[in-house]
Ligand binder design. Structure first.
Ligand code: HEC
Ligand code: HEC
Length: 388
């Protein structure tokens, strides 16, 4: 009887969440609002003439999954960037024909970036796509092999003609670039789903108090820290939670004794030396306006040990963190920011990262907030045949 009464009372009580609302100042509301809208409007890449085209995207998805692009015929992009693992491989460090020194990044939302790779050696998504095809540590392929497939495989040849409006010609390098452009068009469609945070942000900006209060208190406190005293959103800025640039947060740069990963410093040298950068002849934007960043970027000593600021969408679903996978859990990442040793940072000027000295409660809140950036993606159907 008593149990029944309690049950009835519980059913009548207002939902506990209704009281869970912190005060949000106008400045904080603006700061939170800048992390949206989600999803952002689709972007077209002017350097890639098949960007955003259905036929380009379809060809790209087939190539992405095709192991024949690799030297041994066994490895495709999807070997390391798996749909079921948030387009990564579930490992702390990538593995190819040899173990790699860096972690395989997720490809979610990669179409919105302007520098690619942990060191920014790519200035377009298609240039970044060429790298693993020809890198002997990864797929070990070459232009000739890719061009041969586009010319002679019945389905791919047909898909090529549909996407590019003509038969595959006899310039191998051009066909390698075109294959990469189709794969880039496909990758740009990988947009992560809306999250609990997005529902909260929209409600907060709209002033919908009831909807705002559905976002748990701990996540609200963590978000306040993130946009406030934690200073996280100077770098993890905007709808993707990255400003797309580079930073040093004090991760060790020794790969093994005597060998360092110089990060952005080496990436800029590789960018300048690449025949596939936006200053080269494969940029489809004849005005060259989209090459401004590549033209003006300077190689500075401060770039040593800088790595690309990762997006934080779907971050709680990753296997390990940082460019080298050296931090195992989100709890440990937050502890890192709480206790970071300023002597490990080698950036000039005012450091953006300093030890925050967070309490255990604050660390829990920050992690809770970060986890609210995760959501299960809907299952993916198998790609339809290229030319039925
Ligand atoms: C052997 C595993 C492996 C294979 C195969 C592989 N990748 Fe990757 N991918 C990586 C690793 C590791 C990185 C990080 C490289 C770096 O920053 O130096 C990466 C980085 C990327 C990035 C940059 C993402 C970003 O956030 O900047 C893109 C895009 C990408 N890969 C697409 C592809 C495509 C397309 C293919 C197939 C043509 C492919 N990858 C094949 C492991 C792999
Ligand atoms: C100076 C710019 C900067 C600031 C400020 C900053 N970060 Fe980062 N963050 C980065 C960079 C750069 C990396 C990658 C570092 C690397 O790989 O060596 C990173 C990595 C991360 C990662 C791991 C993501 C992944 O996929 O590996 C998380 C989580 C994270 N930051 C959260 C935070 C939080 C929380 C704060 C505030 C307490 C914060 N960051 C402040 C630049 C910054």
């Amino acid at each position: 009887m008593r149990g029944l009464l309690l049950l009835v009372l519980a059913a009548w009580a207002p939902p506990a969440a209704a009281q869970q609302l912190l005060d949000w100042s106008p400045d904080e509301v603006r700061a939170v609002g800048r992390h949206g809208p989600w999803p952002p409007p689709p972007v077209r890449d002017p350097s890639n003439r098949v960007s955003g085209t259905p036929a380009g995207i379809a060809l790209g998805e087939h190539l992405f999954n095709d192991p024949r692009l690799s030297a041994d015929g066994l490895m495709s992009c999807a070997t390391c960037h798996q749909a079921g693992r948030d387009w990564s491989d579930g490992r702390a460090k990538g593995f190819g024909t040899v173990d790699l020194d860096r972690r395989t990044p997720s490809l979610w939302n990669v179409g919105y970036a302007h520098w690619f790779g942990w060191d920014g050696a790519g200035d377009s998504l298609w240039a970044q796509t060429i790298r693993p095809i020809v890198d002997p540590r990864e797929m070990g392929g070459n232009a000739q092999r890719v061009a041969g497939l586009l010319r002679h495989d019945k389905d791919l040849a047909c898909g090529y003609q549909r996407a590019f409006g003509g038969k595959a010609g006899d310039d191998d390098e051009l066909l390698l670039v075109d294959a990469a452009k189709a794969m880039a068009a496909f990758q740009a469609t990988l947009v992560s789903p809306r999250t609990r945070f997005d529902a909260f942000r929209d409600a907060l900006v709209a002033g919908d108090r009831a909807a705002v209060a559905r976002y748990p208190l701990s996540e609200q406190r963590g978000l306040k820290l993130f946009v406030g005293s934690g200073n996280c959103d100077t770098c993890h800025f905007g709808p993707r939670f990255t400003n797309g640039e580079f930073g040093d947060v004090g991760i060790a740069f020794f790969v093994r004794p005597g060998e360092v990963d110089t990060g952005r410093l080496g990436g800029l040298a590789r960018l300048a030396g690449s025949p596939f950068n936006l200053l080269g002849r494969y940029n489809d934007d004849v005005s060259g306006a989209n090459a401004a960043r590549t033209r003006h970027v300077q190689r500075l000593h401060a770039n040593f040990g800088e790595f690309r600021v990762p997006s934080l969408r779907q971050v709680g679903r990753a296997a390990a963190y940082m460019h080298d996978g050296s931090i195992a859990t989100l709890e440990d990442v937050v502890r890192h920011y709480s206790e970071v040793n300023p002597d490990r940072l080698h950036s000039d000027g005012t450091p953006l990262v300093r030890p925050l000295g967070l309490s255990p409660q604050e660390r829990t809140d920050l992690v809770a907030f970060l986890r609210s950036l995760d959501a299960d993606p809907p299952p993916r159907p198998a790609p339809p045949p290229l030319c039925p």
